[in-house]
Design a protein around this ligand. Structure first.
Ligand code: BES
Ligand code: ZN
Length: 872
């Protein structure tokens, strides 16, 4: 709870710590209501005499002893956030005993108890809820952890590093001792204790060392972690091959817990996962779930080097580990699956979440300059845009140059708490390039707009391409400088022939694709020897996180959709065509969908089997939320109607082709989650969308049949998702059947809730309210809240209903949740981020919700920060 006006922390105020803790021994005597924590630290002063100020919150202080002497209360001062000792020697030991109540901890930060399992979450500032400490990432210590608990309740006792001792104690208790030889900041500390099942395996590293791999889960879930284990081994191998990174301890453990604030956490040697991103079986997980599990397992594993071995100096450097690790997990998934499809998915997410953020009241640079609550800065900008910045660096220095730079980074900074500047310098030192302008990507917020204009001169056979960049003001940054922008492009001739790209002044004929570097506000690049008027394919592979403005006709888009050798731009052309025709319909410019686009979809269908996952993406027109981003004043009802009309027009034009394709793709053989099989299912389910476009009883019958025939969760969900559009007894029957079948599996019931919350039916808001009263709903569990209320706030049509009932439901839930779990409440408040982009009526309703939050007595600083920033 907020006790005084929250204080902003600023990057420019960074100072190295006054004290270092080189070693810490922790002793936990676990009990739900009163866990006793004894911390013995070896401390050294780093500079001049200064008081020792330790962080600590929600702790009951039992005792403090300095060099073995118990201090009296006059020797130190304690307030709600700190413990201060004015006079300490240059070197000393400090023993602090605290008491905490894990069973009462609903914030899920620090040590908490959920479903009988003791579990910690310390990033970013949770360790201060366990004991008094220098809770900052630049204080690196060696940890030894002793855990004592009741043996029947907690047969498994885990912490970071290697197990070094353990044994029985009187009274049915036992203990274990863990030692982690790698110095680490306290945010990477972890402890887990409970009654858990385990799956074991091993991995032989590139130098021939054997590493034990263990995944711990609730009893009975063991078979559901085999895919995660397989993903882990592939990730370990990939990191050796692609980055030369070998695992360093003798044991690597993952634990799945059911109550967790995020997806997963990279604690050294002991990753903790939300079970939602770890457990999978064909009956319970969709293809997207499998892909996500693979990505998150890899992401947390990759942090062992980019996060743990090299950590962050302060939280302003967060993207140093998160942006880089996201880029690494994206590259891994691209290598394991279809790189083209992965790029489309990543860009879709980036635009939806990060471009949204960049264009709104919460816009901030990849390296923020100040924050009130660091938890609010685990954002799409720090993560996704941070990953794009690294991708651009790689584009600029090339594959080999990138490897040289990362090799140097690992060598130079191993064991350190580093900065973004350290990272960029490794690229300069290995490539010899001056990246001073490129650094602006870390400090300027906002999404650049790049205008591309081409002029063909048939007499000279030249093509002059003018690129113009601009960056709109964002909160606190009224004036921007031009950025260093890599623009990947190609030129197409008739029938899709790739034209060579020779720049004026070059002797040899150029390649068919190249990367131009735009550094000025406006630059013209002239290509010579261009035999015919070319078609421009710019921003290939989404080479820069920017918005391209290119004047293109319908037929030009259709040509790119069919012939661009770059699959990303084929998809992009299709999306642009679909978006344009929907926007034209909304503004009343045209009476029906663009026949050129509808015809081009027919071409996609004809070639769909060449790459089925890609075709499924081509057949998905921009989502309603994606359409919203293209409107100055968002009209959710008009968007919904335009999208339905477009889908129905495509269905009417190509009905038979969809039916034939659908039938030819029926499931065969046993289930496999591999990318090709998943692509086949995705394509068939894309066909289902069109075959049920009429939303009439025939459509309901087909969807119900699809659901009933399904042999895996992906197909079941596709059937159910179709039925959510319809008010039909078939829909009710399928949902009832699904519930009965999966009532005992919370992760599947989450899907059941989420589908209903995402329904376009007019009574959705009431149904969500009713579901909040369902026995399976629990406001204390973040997964349940996100699945139901989070999914509803992503339902553009119904959340943004003009009567404001959707806003009221979400606002009310956030205010209730704030008292239980402020971190999750503040994240959910992001639902109101776009409020200024709607009409006056909706704006007033959303503003009212935000104002009510901001003036709620006792509001957390997390929610206060986001609500007031959104109000601007
Ligand atoms: N270090 C984070 C976990 C985290 C997130 C801690 C927010 C504190 C606040 C972890 O590595 C992470 O980034 N997890 C992501 C998933 C990942 C695949 C992007 C998550 O939890 O969503
Ligand atoms: Zn991460």
């Amino acid at each position: 709870m907020r006790t005084e006006e929250p204080r902003a922390i600023r990057l420019k105020d960074y100072r190295a710590p006054d004290y270092k803790v080189s070693k810490i021994s922790l002793d936990f005597v676990l009990s739900p209501e009163a866990t006793r924590v004894t911390a013995l630290m070896t401390v050294a002063r780093t500079g001049v005499l200064a008081p020792l100020v330790l962080d600590g919150e929600h702790l009951k202080l039992v005792s403090v002893a300095l060099d073995g002497r118990v201090l009296g209360t006059e020797d130190y001062a304690v307030d709600a956030e700190t413990l201060t000792i004015d006079k300490v020697p240059e070197h000393f030991t400090l023993e602090i005993v605290t008491e905490i109540a894990p069973a009462k901890n609903t914030s899920l930060e620090g040590l908490y108890l959920a479903k009988g399992i003791f579990c910690t979450q310390c990033e970013a500032e949770g360790f201060r809820r366990i004991t008094y400490f220098l809770d900052r990432p630049d204080v690196l210590a060696v940890y030894t952890t002793r855990i004592e608990a009741d043996k029947a309740l907690c047969p498994v006792l885990l912490s970071n590093g290697n197990p070094i001792a353990g044994g029985e104690l009187p009274g049915g208790r036992h203990f274990a001792v863990w030692h982690d030889p790698f110095p680490k900041p306290c945010y990477l500390f972890a402890l887990v204790a409970g009654d858990l099942g385990v799956i074991t395996d091993h991995f032989i590293t590139m130098s021939g060392r054997k590493v034990d791999l263990r995944i711990f889960v609730e009893h009975g879930n063991e078979p559901k972690v085999l895919y995660a284990m397989d993903s882990l081994k592939r990730a370990m191998k990939w990191d050796e091959e692609k980055y030369g990174r070998e695992y360093d301890l003798d044991i690597f453990m993952i634990v799945a817990v059911s109550a967790f604030n995020f997806g997963a956490m990279e604690n050294k040697g002991l990753n903790i996962f939300n079970d939602k991103v770890l457990l999978a079986s064909p009956e319970t997980a969709t293809d997207d779930d499998y892909a996500h599990i693979e990505a998150v397992v890899a992401h947390e594993y990759f942090h062992n080097w980019t996060g743990d071995r090299i950590t962050c100096r302060d939280w302003f450097q967060l993207s140093l580990k998160e942006g880089l690790t996201v880029f690494r997990d994206q590259s891994f998934s691209a290598d394991q699956r279809s790189a083209g499809v992965k790029r489309i998915e990543d860009v879709r997410l980036l635009r939806l979440r990060q471009f949204q953020e960049d264009g709104g009241p919460l816009a901030h640079p990849v390296q923020p300059q100040s924050y009130i609550t660091i938890d609010n800065f685990y954002t799409a900008t720090v993560y996704e845009k941070g990953a794009e910045v690294i991708r651009m660096l790689k584009t600029l220095v090339g594959e080999d140059g990138y490897r040289k730079a990362t090799d140097l980074y690992f060598e130079r900074h191993d064991g350190q708490a580093a900065t973004v500047e350290d990272w960029v310098r490794c690229f300069e030192d290995t490539s010899g390039r001056d990246l001073s302008q490129f650094r602006l990507w870390y400090v300027q917020a906002g999404t650049p707009v790049i205008e591309a204009r081409g002029a063909y001169d048939p007499g000279q056979k030249t093509y002059a391409l003018t690129l113009k960049q601009s960056l709109a003001p964002t909160p606190g940054q009224p004036v921007k400088k031009p950025m260093h922008i890599p623009v990947r492009l190609g030129l197409l001739g008739k029938a899709g022939r790739a034209l060579p790209l020779t720049l004026e002044g070059e002797n040899a004929q150029g390649p068919e694709e190249r990367v131009l570097e735009l550094t000025d506000a406006e630059q013209t690049f002239t290509f010579v020897g261009v035999d015919e008027a070319p078609l421009l394919s710019v921003g290939r592979g989404f080479s820069v996180p920017a918005t391209f403005k290119v004047t293109q006709s319908g037929w030009e888009r259709a040509a790119l959709m069919a012939h661009d050798p770059d699959s990303f731009n084929r998809w992009e052309a299709g999306q642009t065509a679909a978006r344009t025709t929907m926007l034209d319909a909304i503004s009343g410019k045209v009476s029906g969908p663009d026949p050129l686009y509808v015809e081009a979809v027919g071409e996609v269908l004809a070639r769909a089997k060449d790459d089925m996952a890609f075709a499924a993406n081509m057949l998905t027109p921009p989502l309603e939320s994606e359409m919203a981003m293209a409107m100055t004043v968002v009209d959710p009802d008009a968007i919904h109607a335009a999208r339905l009309t477009l889908i129905r027009a495509i269905a009417a034009a190509h009905g038979e082709k969809f039916a034939a394709l659908y039938d030819s793709l029926s499931a065969t053989g046993t289930f496999s989650p591999d990318a090709a099989s998943a692509g086949r299912r995705a394509l068939r389910n894309a066909c289902l969308r069109y075959l049920t476009a009429a939303d009439d009883d025939k459509a309901a019958a087909l969807a119900a049949a699809h659901y009933e025939a399904a042999t895996n969760m992906t197909d079941m969900i596709a059937g159910l998702a179709t039925l959510t559009r319809m008010v039909s007894p078939r829909a009710d029957a399928a949902f009832a059947h699904f519930y009965n079948r999966f009532a005992k599996d919370p992760l599947v019931i989450d899907k059941w809730m989420g589908l209903q919350a995402g329904s376009s039916r007019p009574d959705t808001v009431e149904r969500v309210r009713t579901l909040m009263g369902h026995a399976a709903f629990d406001i204390k569990n973040p997964n349940r809240v996100r699945a139901l209320v989070g999914a509803f706030s992503g339902n553009q049509l119904r959340f943004h209903a003009a009567d404001g009932r959707g806003y009221a439901l979400v606002g009310e839930t956030i205010r209730t949740l704030d008292k239980i779990n402020a971190m999750v409440a503040a994240r959910m408040a992001g639902a109101f981020e776009t409020w200024r982009r709607f009409d006056d009526g909706r704006q007033a309703l959303m503003r009212h919700e935000l104002e009510t939050m901001a003036k709620t007595p006792g509001i957390s600083s997390n929610l206060f920060e986001v609500a007031t920033k959104m109000l601007g």
